[in-house]
Design a binder for this molecule. Structure first.
Ligand code: ADP
Ligand code: MG
Length: 700
């Protein structure tokens, strides 16, 4: 049981947060640091020295012996290189030391992280720079300093750098809009994010007997279990004791790190669960999501469990995703996506709403790319996750309001006022009716947007880079059009109407899983980028290069590098899967079938020896079926092996990725079909791998 009294003390106890900083640093140092945090100005080295010492003292008192620059390279993980605080002072003695220089800048070898070509053209060295907007924390006796990671020529090699740049971009543009509505006081506008994280928990022993889970994070074979999720009895069902103990531990460790873990419950599939934190500033939410994923894995291991973060660990069973809840807020916590009560608030809300609608419509491709990975391709469009087509669900109320504004209609049901938006009062938008459409990839849920396409294992950074930058671009265009206007209400109205007319094709309240929607979306000219390979080329289009470079979020070089990395990761993932598959089939599946056949043949022979009148029809038919399937399996293996040799001839990443998708992935699907059928025929003592039932119900 959780000791509820303990939690307020526990919360943030391993974080060098505001309260700790204030308590442990001279007032003027704290004030300069605070200034750096709010304005983003560089930190003076003398101040950094004092901050570093205060940080180190606090960390050592709390059991830390090492420090690390904690950063997020362009994998889905975080990276750390540990150094101890130990500094020799002669005579065999040491002191624990940590300098401002070490706090502010680190120099990890960049060559072991993906750079998408940046490394080839520039230096192998990279450096990490402290992001003072994200607090330092202690994990495993190590003081972790959240940092950005760049090449020596200043190119971003990580997820955080472009994210911070995109937050800058939206801050600048949103302030211009607020100024138009008379708010010139606001200091800083940030976006906020709450990311709901889905995951599977399975027993360590079954995991260790599945090389596919070990090497690929997903099962490459597995016949459907007799009891799947059809009964829906798992969803919000009672949490099993082992899972509950894990969740208790996870919550506690997250709270110590200041992560606002709030709700934990079972999800739709057996063995699937979800954790939702309370939202916070986007860059902190991104850091926190990385910590959540990391702690889920390490804490599961302590409970002899394995946490699977893969998007689709089991075919035919719901996969895992992440819901990225996103809003825009002033430093005082005023949510700009909250429909207001007075006309001017309404007008401002409608304008921000239009900014999001325009951004999502114009940059469907980038949003799709931000959710693209080999793992997530298994989910999107598979009637469990949103379709690969991006659309926005607004709910009927808000949709009707926009249509009335466009038509210049009086919004009759609710208010008798005209819908000129600078003057009208919007009807109250009931929150509970706005988030019921689970099939929508991008839904307005009362005062925030929920982007539901993300895969469970990937960083949420890129999705927020895209959202922040694309919305900043809409706001920039709006501000350009409205600043200096002589007739603000009239111009605002005309602008809003023109945006609705131009972008209403992206609005869709219906069933995103239906075939009619796929046809309708095509008619509307919306993109349907089914796979990573289909989506990737859009990354480097002129439109997207223009967007990112204009707002200083990515250089052209950085965009190309990310495009290459996306494709490289895709190819590597499928390559490893194909090799694992071949290995498992050759070493275990085919031999299992042969052993079984041998026993059947021996049974038939011994029957015949007893009496030639005994029927051996069953044995014959089993032998025939299994033998045919095994033949089919070895033929499929040969095809797969041939493709793996052929793909080596290709040099271009896009061509290679296409080959992986069109040839290798398909050959894997065919191979799997045959193996899954075989699994249902072969006696269980011959089959080495735990079945789907054994895995999915492995945690009691
Ligand atoms: P659901 O029905 O999807 O569980 P909730 O209302 O519980 O919806 O919220 C889901 C997530 O949205 C939580 O992580 C919550 O903190 C987050 N959220 C709520 N308000 C905001 C906001 N203004 N900005 C970003 N995220 C938010
Ligand atoms: Mg949700």
């Amino acid at each position: 049981m959780k000791d509820m009294n303990d939690i307020p003390t526990l919360f943030g106890s391993k974080v060098f947060n505001e309260i700790t900083m204030k308590a442990r640093m001279p007032q003027e140092i704290y004030r300069s640091l605070k200034q750096t945090i709010t304005t983003g100005k560089p930190l003076d080295i003398n101040i950094a020295n004092v901050v570093a010492t205060a940080m180190k003292d606090w960390a050592v008192e709390n059991g830390a012996t090492h420090f690390t620059h904690w950063f997020q390279p362009m994998t889905s993980m975080t990276a750390e290189k540990h150094d101890s605080f130990i500094t020799p002072i002669g005579g065999g003695s040491i002191i624990m030391e940590f300098s401002g220089k070490e706090l502010v800048k680190g120099e990890p070898d960049a060559s072991s992280f993906p750079s998408g070509g940046i490394r080839a053209t520039f230096e192998a060295r990279g450096y990490t720079a402290w992001d003072p907007t994200s607090y330092a924390f202690i994990k495993d006796r190590t003081l972790c300093i959240p940092t950005a990671f760049c090449s020596y020529s200043g190119e971003a090699l990580d997820q955080k750098t472009p994210l911070l740049r995109s937050m800058e971009a939206i801050d600048i543009q949103a302030k211009r809009i607020l100024a138009l509505f008379g708010n010139t006081e606001v200091q800083r506008i940030t976006t906020t994010v709450g990311a709901e994280q889905e995951y599977f928990l399975i027993d360590k022993d079954v995991y260790n007997r599945r090389p596919d889970l070990i090497y690929c994070g997903r099962t490459l074979f597995g016949a459907r279990p007799p009891k799947g999720q059809e009964l829906n009895d798992h969803y919000f069902g009672a949490i099993k004791p082992r899972v509950s103990a894990f969740m208790d531990d996870l919550d506690k460790e997250l709270w110590k790190l200041g992560v606002l873990a709030k709700t934990e419950h079972n999800e739709a599939a057996p063995a699937q669960h979800e954790l939702a934190p309370i939202f916070t500033t986007t860059n902190i939410a991104v850091d926190n999501n990385q910590l959540i994923m990391e702690l889920m894995k390490t804490i599961a291991a302590k409970h002899d469990l394995i946490c699977l973060l893969h998007e689709k660990p089991f075919a035919g069973v719901n996969g895992s995703g992440k819901h990225n809840n996103w809003a825009i807020s002033t430093e005082d916590g005023l949510n700009l996506l909250e429909p207001g009560k007075t006309p001017s608030q309404n007008a401002q809300f409608i304008l921000f709403l239009c900014a999001v609608i325009k951004a999502v419509d114009e940059h469907q491709d980038l949003l799709r790319i931000s959710a693209a990975s080999a793992g997530n391709d298994h989910r999107l469009g598979a009637n469990e996750a949103p379709p690969a087509i991006i659309s926005i669900f607004l709910g009927d109320e808000l949709y009707d309001i926009l249509m009335d504004i466009e038509q210049g209609n009086v919004h009759t049901d609710k208010q008798k006022t005209g819908m000129e938006i600078g003057t009208a009062v919007l009807p109250a938008i009931p929150r509970d009716t706005t988030d019921r459409n689970r099939t929508s990839p991008f839904a307005f849920t009362g005062n925030k947007f929920e982007f539901r396409m993300l895969g469970s294992s990937i960083s949420i950074a890129m999705a927020n880079v895209v959202l922040n930058t694309a919305v900043a671009e809409s706001l920039r265009q709006f501000a350009d059009a409205l600043e200096g206007s002589e007739d603000f209400t009239g111009d605002l109205n005309r602008l809003v109407v023109s945006v609705i007319t131009a972008h209403k094709r992206i609005l869709f309240n219906g069933d995103g899983y239906s075939d009619e929607w796929v046809a309708e979306a095509e008619k509307r000219g919306l993109l349907n980028l089914k796979t990573t390979v289909d989506a990737a080329p859009y990354f480097i289009s002129d439109k997207n290069i223009e967007l990112f470079t204009r707002h200083g979020v990515f250089t052209e070089n950085e965009i190309y590098s990310r495009y290459e990395i996306l494709l490289e990761n895709y190819c590597k993932t499928i390559h490893i899967e194909a090799l694992t598959m071949i290995d498992m089939v050759k070493k275990s599946v085919i031999p299992a079938a042969i052993r079984y056949q041998k026993d059947i043949a021996e049974t038939a022979a011994s029957k015949m020896a007893v009496s030639p009148d005994l029927s051996i029809e069953l044995e014959k038919s089993l032998l025939e079926n299994i033998s045919n399937l095994n033949l089919q399996i070895s033929e499929n293996i040969q095809i797969l092996e041939k493709h793996i040799i052929n793909v080596k001839e290709l040099t271009d990443n896009l061509e290679t990725a296409k080959y992986y998708r069109e040839k290798i992935f398909l050959a894997m699907v065919n191979l799997r079909c045959a193996v899954d059928e075989l699994e249902t025929m072969v006696g269980s003592q011959y089959w080495e791998f735990p079945t789907y039932s054994e895995i999915l119900y492995s945690v009691k």
